[in-house]
Ligand binder design. Structure first.
Ligand SMILES: NC(=O)c1ccc[n+]([C@@H]2O[C@H](COP(=O)([O-])OP(=O)(O)OC[C@H]3O[C@@H](n4cnc5c(N)ncnc54)[C@H](O)[C@@H]3O)[C@@H](O)[C@H]2O)c1
Ligand SMILES: [Fe+2]
Length: 366
């Protein structure tokens, strides 16, 4: 039996912010980060809160939110008892808000309406039942339908200020979500349709927004693609590309999208080396009008180059060779147990994951 769920209502298009103005909530709690608060973006968004609403802000979120940060947020939300929580920011703010609300409601607080407003076009977290929280050196993936926001508001203008490097990282996260969802063992005709749409958009619009951050048509298409890929993977699951990226990110603190981007061709090539697991890549390439899976792999490699993304993990400054070698077994073990691994298109052993880390560290020519 398959199913396809979307619990989150979506507000998008030119008048999306008007929906926020019309909402019936009056005690609003905003979870965001320091940059978005100090740059005035929170205040800009807050101009669209319903008339007469009071709001307070928790702006301590840091990239790859930690359990300690979540605990701090829980105390703040429990003290405030809002009727609406708005997560305003990238995946880190949305995931932090998800974990905070999950904990508060688990401890008996009445559930407020939960609205996510992404300011990066990347994680799709505004529609997923996933949250990624860092505990010590591990990024732990929580999956529960209760984590999914009630509403998601897509406004490309909030992504206008994303610098080129973060545009590239987050855009490659969208591509990785879409490809992993498409080839996943749990993919369906419904998730495939969404994944194809997202891949097509990233290939056509990500180079444009990387070159010119003011290219608002492409920004609008990217924030939709990010959300569409989120709907695909919350239903189809992901795969080992994400598992490997989580274990690396927990230890070396490199942006999630960048790690996915560096790993992606190695993971694709590993799957495509076996005819059985190559098949969904052939189908995806066909749906994109490409001659075959190799053309798709080269399109990914070309896109990475256009976005100035490193070809190997050794090219990333924060990843020290000695520390990497020392950590590789623990990281592969963590990736084996990551909740993204079970739906991976190809069954994997720990040794497969060690080999993938080594290939991606050295850098192969394709
Ligand atoms: N829940 C999910 O479904 C899911 C899926 C993929 C990834 N993730 C997680 O999401 C996190 C990554 O999220 P992300 O890639 O969106 O990055 P992020 O939220 O960590 O933000 C990265 C940086 O971009 C800045 N930023 C955000 N919006 C901006 C804007 N409009 N202008 C300028 N700067 C801006 C932030 O201040 C931050 O410094 C990781 O922890 C990852 O594991 C979650
Ligand atoms: Fe991701």
């Amino acid at each position: 039996m398959n199913d396809f769920k979307l619990k989150t209502e979506l507000f998008f298009g030119s008048r999306a912010l008007e929906r926020l103005e019309q909402m019936p909530y009056r005690d609003i709690f905003i979870i965001t980060d320091g940059f978005l608060e100090s740059s005035g973006m929170v205040a800009k968004m807050a101009q669209h809160l319903p008339a007469g609403a009071r709001y307070q802000t928790y702006s301590n979120v840091k990239p790859d939110p930690s359990q300690e940060l979540v605990d701090e947020g829980v105390a703040a939300v429990e003290a405030a008892r809002p009727d609406m929580v708005i997560a305003f920011g990238g995946g880190s703010c949305i995931d932090a808000a998800k974990a905070v609300l999950y904990t508060c409601c688990g401890r008996g607080m009445a559930k407020p309406y939960f609205l996510a407003i992404p300011t990066t076009a990347g994680t799709g977290s505004e529609v997923t039942n996933f949250a990624v929280i860092t505990r010590g050196e591990n990024k732990v993936v929580l999956i529960d339908d209760l984590l999914a926001p009630d509403g998601a508001l897509l406004e490309a203008d909030f992504t206008r200020s994303v610098p080129a490097r973060i545009t590239a990282d987050t855009g490659m996260d969208v591509l990785t979500h879409a490809i992993e969802a498409y080839v996943s063992q749990d993919a369906t005709a419904f998730t495939d349709a969404m994944a194809v749409k997202a891949v097509r958009t990233v290939l056509s619009d990500l180079p444009a927004v990387y070159r010119d951050g003011m290219s608002m048509r492409s920004r609008a298409r990217m924030i939709e693609a990010s959300c569409i890929a989120g709907v695909a993977f919350t239903n189809a699951g992901l795969g080992v590309n994400h598992s490997l990226a989580h274990a690396l990110g927990g230890r070396f603190h490199v942006a999630h999208g960048r790690l996915n981007a560096v790993l992606l061709p190695y993971v694709m090539a590993f799957h495509m080396a076996d005819r059985k697991y190559r098949e969904p890549y052939e189908r995806l390439a066909g749906e994109l009008g490409m001659a075959g899976a190799d053309e798709l792999l080269h399109a990914v490699l070309d896109l990475r180059q256009t976005l100035d993304i490193e070809h190997s993990l050794s090219g990333i400054e924060r990843i020290d060779a000695l520390e990497f070698e020392r950590a590789i077994s623990d990281m592969a073990e963590a990736a084996m147990h990551d909740r993204c691994t079970p739906p991976n298109v190809r069954p994997v052993s720990k040794q497969d994951l060690v080999n993938l880390y080594r290939d991606a560290f050295r850098g192969l020519s394709f």
